[in-house]
Design a binder for this molecule. Structure first.
Ligand SMILES: Nc1ncnc2c1ncn2[C@@H]1O[C@H](COP(=O)(O)OP(=O)(O)O)[C@@H](O)[C@H]1O
Ligand SMILES: [Mg+2]
Length: 253
């Protein structure tokens, strides 16, 4: 895809200012955000990606932020811009959580942060729910299993450090699948004070209930609900590697 980068100097004016201060910001807010970007050594942004906001393409949008492709020292990065109507007052806390999960090799790599921005590794790929629809023919089952296994291993490491992502029941929004890797994103609702239920939540989302479970069933013969629930229960009681591997075995991963 053709990507052209636009200097942040142009961001004082519409339409670009709309993205820097979405959904609404004053001139002084925009100017202060541009200064913040300069401090972060971010000089240009590119409007590319699947989500269109005010006629501009972005990597995505949630309730906390708008995420755009940007450049920091000529390296492509993902820039999460705090929405002006967000419940979160700053991005530093999310940055700290992201840094924490990076220690066990989970999530996009945290690069830098400020009050209104989170600079992180740009994860190339598509959302899991779109990706699963692209699977067909020989090798589909292998690909699906490898991807789910990778995400479950990430979840296991999060469980191990007592970290709860909080939104993994919604895989469609929080797993990006690329050509060679898949990544869990958005640690905005995460916590180190809750009982972690990453493995459990994502297993339920992959194999029980959701539309994804139905699709997975068509790709390979997934085990019965009862079997999965029994293995999950055992794992929940004692989050050991042995019980986790038993779950993987039951799931034929
Ligand atoms: N590191 C990243 N690389 C590429 N795209 C990303 C990255 N982080 C987020 N996105 C995209 O931006 C969207 C919104 O980001 P997210 O962190 O979920 O925001 P929110 O906390 O507001 O929900 C995601 O659904 C995803 O499509
Ligand atoms: Mg989100």
């Amino acid at each position: 895809m053709e990507q052209s980068f636009i200097s942040i100097k142009k961001f004082t004016k519409e339409p670009y200012s709309k993205i820097l201060g979405y959904p609404k910001a004053s001139k002084s807010q925009i100017n202060s955000r541009i200064r913040e970007l300069e401090k972060l050594k971010i000089k240009s942004l590119s409007f590319t990606g699947p989500t269109t906001i005010e006629n501009l393409k972005t990597l995505g949008k949630g309730y906390v932020g708008v995420v755009v492709l940007a450049k920091k020292n000529s390296k492509k990065i993902a820039l999460k811009i705090r929405r002006t109507d967000s419940q979160r007052k700053e991005m530093k806390s999310e940055a700290a959580l992201l840094k924490l999960v990076n220690q066990v090799n989970v999530g996009p790599k945290m690069i830098a942060s400020s009050k209104n921005f989170l600079v992180m590794e740009y994860v190339e790929g598509i959302k899991f729910n779109q990706w699963i629809d692209t699977l067909k023919g020989v090798g589909s089952s292998r690909k699906l299993k490898t991807t789910i296994r990778k995400i479950l291993e990430d979840c296991y490491r999060l469980d191990e450090i007592g970290f709860d992502h909080g939104e993994l029941s919604n895989i469609s929004k929080h797993v990006i699948v690329g050509k060679t890797n898949s990544t869990i994103i958005d640690f905005e609702s995460s916590s180190t004070n809750r009982r972690p239920s990453n493995v459990t939540s994502i297993t339920q989302a992959f194999f029980i209930g959701s539309g994804i479970a139905k699709k997975a069933k068509k790709i390979y013969k997934t085990p019965s609900k009862e079997k999965i629930i029994a293995a999950l229960k055992k794992y929940k009681q004692e989050k050991t590697r042995v019980n986790f591997e038993n779950l993987l075995k039951i799931l034929k991963l």
